[in-house]
Design a protein around this ligand. Sequence first.
Ligand SMILES: C[S@@+](CC[C@H](N)C(=O)[O-])C[C@H]1O[C@@H](n2cnc3c(N)ncnc32)[C@H](O)[C@@H]1O
Length: 110
Amino acid sequence: MTDIQIEAQCSTGVSRQAIEQALVAAGKDLGHLRPADLALLEDFHTMGRIATAQLAGLAEITPGDEVLDAGSGIGGTARYVAKHSRCHVVAVDLTEEYCDRTMAQPACRA
Ligand SMILES: C[S@@+](CC[C@H](N)C(=O)[O-])C[C@H]1O[C@@H](n2cnc3c(N)ncnc32)[C@H](O)[C@@H]1O
């Protein structure tokens, strides 16, 4: 699968447009999103935040560590690890819309 195919696939499931529509339907102001507004999208993998917490614990990350979250989505796992392990995390994702500041940045203001 090529990078373009991956981005196309990821951009058609939980797309930015679908996310924004759901947020508006829930009464959220897209111009003033808070971290909690994106909570349900933060852990876009099997078992969600439960798995994030368990795997982060197993990794035994310490405050001095540098962590790379490759394929970070909108960055929920990266923010969780940075907050709970008090370490520096770099998050990268192939899907451009997930890296858009208006999508990823609100949750960075935790
Ligand atoms: C199932 S989502 C998981 C997102 C995030 N890790 C989470 O758990 O919430 C997989 C992500 O990996 C990204 N991805 C897939 N292949 C990639 C690659 N080669 N480099 C960077 N990101 C990639 C996709 O764009 C997608 O956002």
